[in-house]
Design a protein around this ligand. Structure first.
Ligand code: NAP
Length: 582
């Protein structure tokens, strides 16, 4: 079956059907959760809004879409056979290949029969008497389940700003995160791209190669590092595959959940000449590991100034027109927003048919039938691409009416920012699990690693609940409050908490400003989750338990424990501000 093929249509709605678990989403999180639930013998229904599996990689089909984590690390680790049989072709995988992989996983583990595609969940309501969730969809399904698992993704609710008179524009308007499956032919067209984040930076060079003219509307310039993408050498692939378990273990020991060489020394203790050499070497390696050039770059503003200046120097060296180069130079913290990884981004502005419009002080005024007006000038375009990002972390929760105990709406509880215990669940919402939820490393770690660790913990948790006869699990408010406070406190150590990024919800007007992911590092977080489980689910209430003596079986969770003798980033290292977090 080709990726994205719709396999469901005109099915009968499922009404009054009961399952052990409902999973919302069939991206990498939902697929692996389904696999694990099946292993436990739990009946499971997965609802997926898209017409196929893959989540992020199903929707983000814009030109140039590609992963910014090295291919050999951006995959599941739960099956040695899967590791050995799958072959990545490039250093950074293009979107179609990652989608192929998701489809391969779905077929290999025969996951599709339990997934209902083209079905968007509209509501999930906890019934306190039955201690079950009722889940409703836009296809008329109304089913109940003991567990409701949110596998909705962190960057999946598209942010399409309501530009004035947008509806008057006569050409098509696309959002990078909801790209048409048939693709878009920009040949001979005048294209306007709004935004200069990761999606824009990847797509602009590719669109420019096709379009007759390209105008980029930039509100804030971004730092980006070359990917130096290349075909993977089969010999290198063989070597990695021969030592995959060791590589996976090394990845788990890193704050980011992926492995790269880094230098923990402080930039401020190096001479300017040493720094220059170090930055050049790191630039030549490229990608997100560029931030691993020194250990203090995201902790000390003065240290960050040195890498920021290096980044600006590169832009000025690449872009021919000095005025355009200056507009492209960010003046904020390097890597404060998610660092972008590109192929030929700045070079694109040297092309005669590409222009940059600064909307930093005067926003886009309005759309016309044939263009976009900014600062009193109308820019004629045939097509508009909104690379305007996502309502991150909580946007996909907000899109579902989630109601917990006492009729409490999750949106209400999270009005001032998300509140969870370990990013796994939230008090008042028993048996509602959140894969890579706010308050967990999630987007600050390699996503598939973060997903697998959460799913393994949840699967062990559900197995334990069955062992002891527990009907529900729910965090205690005191533990949740402490965790939320800890997440906030740790974020203040990093310069990342200081700028207006989607990490803090500042990219979408009206959202509360809270640093949402846990920045304390993946291994520290993992060991905390393991400890909570081995301490008998410390901080959770297991209701209805009949056999409270049964010790938790940490079978899957144990895999994630980071051995103390490994190259672990310790809390002391974080306190000493010597950790590359990318
Ligand atoms: P993004 O980083 O949030 O960028 C959105 C862009 O749109 C920003 O330049 C933003 O400007 C601009 N924008 C938003 N609202 C606007 C408005 N009303 N008027 C004008 N401009 C507006 O979104 P993204 O590029 O889709 O990336 C989101 C995240 O997805 C990334 O940070 C990354 O984690 C992930 N991603 C990863 C990859 C990869 O693996 N390579 C690729 C794509 C995305 P401001 O900066 O001023 O807000």
């Amino acid at each position: 079956m080709s990726p994205g093929t719709k396999i469901e249509s005109n099915r009968d709605a499922e009404v009054d059907v009961t399952f052990d678990a409902v999973v919302i989403g069939a991206g990498f999180a939902g697929l692996y959760m389904l696999h694990r639930l099946r292993g436990l013998g739990l009946s499971t229904r997965v609802y997926e809004a898209g017409g196929g599996v893959g989540g992020t990689w199903y929707w983000n089909r814009y030109p140039g879409a590609r992963c910014d984590i090295a291919s050999m690390q951006y995959s599941y680790s739960f099956s040695e056979e899967l590791d050995q049989e799958w072959n990545w072709s490039e250093k950074y995988s293009p979107q179609p290949e990652i989608l192929d992989y998701a489809n391969h996983v779905a077929d290999r583990f025969d996951l599709r029969p339990d997934i209902r595609f083209d079905t968007r969940v509209t509501a999930a309501t906890f019934d306190e008497d039955a201690k079950r969730w009722t889940v409703e969809t836009d296809q008329g399904d109304r089913v109940t389940a003991q567990f409701c698992v949110m596998a909705v993704g962190c960057l999946s609710a598209a942010n399409l700003p309501p530009f004035t008179d947008m509806e008057k524009f006569e050409g098509p308007i696309y959002h990078t995160g909801e790209w048409p499956h048939e693709g878009v032919d920009f040949g001979g067209l005048r294209v306007g791209v709004i935004g200069t984040g990761s999606s824009a930076i990847q797509s602009i060079p590719v669109i420019a190669r096709q379009a007759a003219a390209l105008v980029v509307f930039q509100r804030t310039p971004n730092y980006t590092v070359p990917a130096w993408n290349e075909k993977l050498d089969p010999e290198y692939v063989r070597t990695v595959k021969a030592g995959y378990p060791e590589l996976r273990a090394k990845m788990r020991g890193r704050p980011t959940g992926f492995y790269f060489e880094f230098n923990a020394q402080p930039a401020l203790e190096a001479t300017p000449e040493e720094r220059e050499r170090q930055y050049e070497e790191a630039w030549a390696r490229g990608g997100l590991p560029f931030l691993g050039a020194y250990g203090d770059l995201l902790f000390e503003k003065e240290a960050n100034d040195t890498i920021a200046e290096f980044g600006r120097k590169k832009i000025r060296a690449i872009v021919n027109d000095p005025a355009t180069a200056e507009l492209l130079c960010p003046d904020d913290i390097f890597g404060c927003k998610r660092l972008c990884v590109d192929t030929g981004y700045f070079e694109t502005y040297n092309l005669p048919h590409v222009s940059l419009v600064d909307i930093s002080t005067k926003p886009i005024e309005r759309f016309t039938t044939q263009g976009i007006v900014a600062d009193g000038t109308e820019y004629p375009v045939d097509v508009v691409v909104c690379a305007t990002g996502f309502a991150a972390m909580t946007g996909s929760f907000d899109n579902i009416r989630i109601t917990g105990r006492n009729g409490l709406a999750l949106t209400e509880k999270w009005r001032a920012g998300p509140r969870t215990y370990l990013g796994l669940s939230s008090q008042g919402f028993p048996n509602l699990f959140m894969i890579t939820g706010p308050g967990s490393p999630s987007v600050l770690a390699s996503m598939i690693q973060a997903i697998e660790q959460h799913v393994d913990w949840m699967a062990d948790c559900m197995a334990h609940m069955r062992d002891v006869g527990a009907q529900t699990i729910e965090p205690l408010i005191a533990y949740e409050d402490d965790w939320v406070e800890h997440v906030n406190e740790v974020s203040k150590v990093s310069l990342r908490s200081t700028c207006s990024s989607w990490y803090v919800g500042a990219n979408v007007p009206g959202r509360p400003r809270v640093f949402m992911p846990y920045i304390g590092g993946f291994p520290i977080y993992v060991n905390k989750c393991n400890e909570v489980m081995t301490n008998g689910f410390e901080g959770f209430v297991l209701d209805g338990t009949r056999n409270s003596d049964a010790a938790p079986r940490v079978r899957l969770t144990e895999k994630w424990r980071v051995p103390v003798d490994m190259d672990v980033i310790s809390p002391a290292a974080i306190a000493a501000k010597r950790v590359p977090i990318v």
